[in-house]
Ligand binder design. Structure first.
Ligand code: COA
Length: 174
């Protein structure tokens, strides 16, 4: 059984371990801890029974959803869980009145780029040598939704995608 809830301080050691094997320049325990003291940050963790197996860290700031980090543990990938986490972050942001999205992603990170494109993020620019190891970042944008009907149609897409996720999930956000 899968369960999604807000990030808590006791999750930080587990997510730092997943992070260390998932990203070329992983966040530290301190960086994750700082998110808990940032009122713009709305981190969520995904658990299977009591074990943390993924997380998403979106910021909701100035009407924009900024995806800072999203990871599924290597042994649990390709089962729709990354999509679920992104979907939860986007639904949450749209429900709170966000009308646009923004993120940066490594140019070589095809799984993540494909995931974001599935949710209608578009490549909006490149930053050469953006990362410490010299890799280029792609900037991806969602929206902005300039009318209420555009936002509503995106909300419908997120809901439709949530319904079509193939795995059985019980999650609550509180
Ligand atoms: C990106 C990541 C979160 C995707 O998680 P996941 O649970 O494996 O993804 P899902 O099973 O939900 O797949 C959803 C979509 O993502 C894309 N995707 C996922 N894995 C992919 C792969 N190996 N190759 C290409 N596309 C892929 C596809 O569009 C897929 O949709 P589809 O099943 O209809 O083809 C995961 O690969 C990960 O944790 N990567 C390391 C951390 C990282 O790079 N995070 C992003 C930058 S911060």
């Amino acid at each position: 059984m899968f369960h999604i809830r807000p990030l808590k301080v006791e999750d930080v050691p587990a997510i730092t371990q997943i992070e260390a094997v998932s990203r070329p320049t992983p966040w530290s325990e301190k960086q994750f801890g700082d998110e808990l003291n940032n009122s713009n940050s709305h981190g969520k963790v995904l658990l299977e029974e009591a074990q943390v197996i993924g997380y998403v860290i979106p910021w909701f700031v100035a009407g924009e959803i900024q995806i800072q980090n999203i990871v599924v543990a290597p042994s649990h990938r390709k089962r729709g869980l990354g999509e679920l986490l992104l979907n939860v972050a986007l639904s949450n942001g749209v429900d709170l009145g966000c009308t646009a999205g923004y993120l940066e992603v490594r140019e070589s990170n095809k799984p993540a780029i494909s995931l974001y494109q599935k949710y209608q993020f578009k490549i909006a620019g490149r930053r050469e040598a953006y990362y410490r190891d010299g890799e280029t970042a792609l900037l991806m944008n969602l929206g902005p939704f300039t009318t209420g009907s555009e936002t509503e149609s995106y909300q419908r897409l997120i809901k439709k995608q949530a319904e079509s996720l193939k795995i059985t999930i019980q999650f609550r956000l509180a």
